[in-house]
Design a binder for this molecule. Structure first.
Ligand code: MV4
Length: 589
């Protein structure tokens, strides 16, 4: 059995894995970026190693720094969580070459399932059909027309190396084919560096149903249960559940068998998910995710199987602790993703910032897999998942009622979250009757009335920390120690204090406080990427003055008054916090 696991991840999934290790008596090693110095996953791990850097690219994606932490900690295995290095074969090979176990599948399986066409071919070979379509790359729009005329319209053009819906185009008739082919190709090239596309029949009201499987290194592979992830927006899942509602048991059995065949065809071991589209009683292979997924807890709740513990067992070389006939499912489970996003008006704007209070709900059948506690900060640089609320109930109506109760009990202040949108979905009769599809949230659900202004919003970090380097002597040995202390408590005793990080300008947030006739403030923490006005310029109501990047999205910051720019407080590259004044306006000329 493994003895010490390094978790190459952060947030709720790092905490989830650490908890499983603790239960198995395995020591845990966290790694952390500069911004995560005192994050929850660092607080709960036995040891933690700094990676340096703020962005994911400068920290959690630095192979050498992680290899160094493995070396220094003596970890004998790495759990990659999801995202980051979880499906990176270079990383998996780099650690296994050092004799360290990768808690994941064999790299060859990651490769086969790594693109849409090669995974479709692998599934087909295993006797599992994808949506009717081609497995050859398109060379012209004429081939799209020929396919549509033969199999019927609409059809979907998809980027072979795409993902998350990027590089996908729906073509309703022959005359749309040329333009759709060109735009799919150019989006794929821009997004993924490769423009190969293929075509398949387009399903107009499908549900996204995925099957959890797990295999060991002795050839055993079982399916556990399916999850319905149809409640999503722009390819971001909002709510997941198991079992899928209105899903006949014979379809479940057939889908489970198909998923195991796909996994075995690529020599898979570890936990994995085979995704299908389901419509009118039929299902088709879509892709396979060769990692533990965000929504794995709903499967755990209905099966009683600890998927992370089982991953660790099979990575150690042990056989699965149960057989297919031992799996029995009971009741219904729902998961809601609590994201730091403001769903007001259906816009889902990123809402990073300081969580002044976080008190998750509790009670029978209620589970919170969180990555943050009160006082923690959700940074604009990482995924904005605060945590996942999962409930179990004896049946679906009980689970829905329990989730609504739990969401209303949830106290979270300082940031806006997706909770009000989740309540709107769970209260909707279409959801109760399982009439929703993957297009329902965007096409049918009305979120215009949703208001989610963060309760008790703060203006970012209340007291930013600064670094103080101190020389200490322990048992006659000299160490240089870095202390991170609140700025207010760091009055220098000699010499100048190191500068606080260059952000947090004035925290003035109202026009009167800054003396002009108006001030433009930013609604969320982020980085200014463009300044579109200059001092002396006239600004109209609704005019964009700056572009703010937050959580990988660009947001136009507009003035809600007319005036003349008298002061510019930011420049491109500057970090700002919620409520910071960026432009001061005088009276219109
Ligand atoms: C489809 C489809 C309908 N017909 N393929 C979108 C992302 C990608 N991974 C697959 N996607 C889809 N492929 C055919 N032939 C509808 C979708 C789709 C979707 C799939 C799963 C979850 C959410 C979705 C939202 C919109 C469209």
């Amino acid at each position: 059995m493994l003895t010490k696991v390094l978790i190459a991840n952060r947030g709720e999934i790092a905490v989830r894995v650490i908890r499983a290790c603790q239960e198995l008596g395995i020591a845990t090693v966290a790694v952390y970026s500069d911004l995560d110095r005192s994050a929850l996953h660092v607080r709960v791990a036995d040891e933690a190693f700094a990676l340096g850097g703020e962005t994911a690219a400068d920290s959690y994606l630095q192979t050498d720094k992680i290899l160094d932490a493995i070396e220094r900690s003596g970890a004998d295995a790495v759990h990659p969580g999801y995202g980051f290095f979880s499906e990176n074969t270079d990383f998996a090979r780099a650690i296994t070459e050092r004799g360290v176990t990768f808690i994941g599948p064999p790299p060859e399986a990651i490769e086969v399932m790594g693109d849409k066409v090669s995974s479709r071919i692998a599934a087909q070979k295993a006797g599992v059909a994808g949506v009717p379509g081609t497995t050859e790359f398109l060379t012209s729009a004429d081939e799209v027309v020929a396919f549509g005329d033969e199999h019927g319209w609409p059809v979907a053009i998809k980027a072979a190396f795409g993902g998350g819906g990027r590089g996908m185009r729906v073509v309703r008739s022959a005359d749309e084919a040329g333009e759709a082919f060109e735009s799919a190709r150019s989006e794929a090239l821009k997004g993924f560096g490769r423009d190969e596309c293929y075509v398949e029949r387009y399903l107009t009201w499908p549900r996204h149903i995925e099957m959890q499987i797990i295999g060991d290194q002795h050839g055993n592979c079982v399916w556990v249960a399916e999850r319905d992830c149809s409640a999503q927006r722009r390819h971001q899942k909002l709510i997941e559940e198991s079992p899928a509602p209105a899903f006949p048991d014979e379809v479940r059995q057939a889908m489970g068998t198909a998923a195991v065949k796909v996994a075995q065809a690529c020599g898979y071991y570890n936990a994995g998910t085979v995704e299908f589209l389901y419509q009118d009683g039929e299902f088709w292979f879509l892709e396979m995710n060769t990692r533990l997924q965000v929504e794995h807890p709903v499967t755990e709740m209905v099966s009683g199987i600890d998927l992370v513990a089982e991953q660790i067992r099979v990575a150690s070389g042990e056989p699965l602790s149960f057989r297919q006939e031992d799996v029995s499912l009971r009741g219904h489970s729902i998961e809601v993703r609590v994201n730091a996003e403001n769903p007001a008006g259906g816009r889902f704007l990123p809402s990073p910032g300081h969580i002044t209070e976080l008190m998750p709900p509790d009670g029978f059948g209620t589970r919170w897999d969180g990555g943050y506690e009160s006082g923690d900060t959700v940074s604009q640089f990482y995924d904005n998942l605060v945590g996942k609320l999962i409930v179990w109930g004896v049946d679906r109506p009980t689970a829905i009622a329990r989730m609504l109760r739990a969401l209303r009990e949830f106290r979270i202040e300082g940031i806006a979250t997706t909770i009000p949108a989740d309540i709107a979905i769970l209260e909707h009769p279409d959801f109760a009757e399982a009439k929703h599809s993957t297009k329902w949230v965007e096409d049918t659900l009305d979120l215009t009335g949703v208001d989610a202004s963060p309760a008790g919003a703060s203006s970012g970090d209340d007291d930013p920390k600064v670094r103080r380097d101190v020389d200490v002597e322990v048992n006659g040995k000299h160490y240089s120690v870095s202390l991170w202390v609140p700025e207010s408590a760091s009055a220098p005793t000699a010499g100048p204090a190191p500068a606080a990080r260059s952000r947090r300008s004035s925290s003035a947030s109202s026009a009167s406080a800054v003396g002009g006739s108006g001030a433009v403030t930013v609604p969320m923490q982020g980085t200014i990427v463009k300044v579109l006005v200059e001092v002396g310029q006239a600004v109209e109501v609704g005019q964009t003055v700056c572009v703010l990047e937050a959580m990988k999205m660009e947001n136009n910051i507009m003035s809600d008054v007319a005036g003349t720019v008298v002061e510019l407080r930011v420049e491109p590259g500057r970090s700002v916090g919620t409520g910071d004044v960026i432009v001061v306006l005088g009276p219109p000329a």
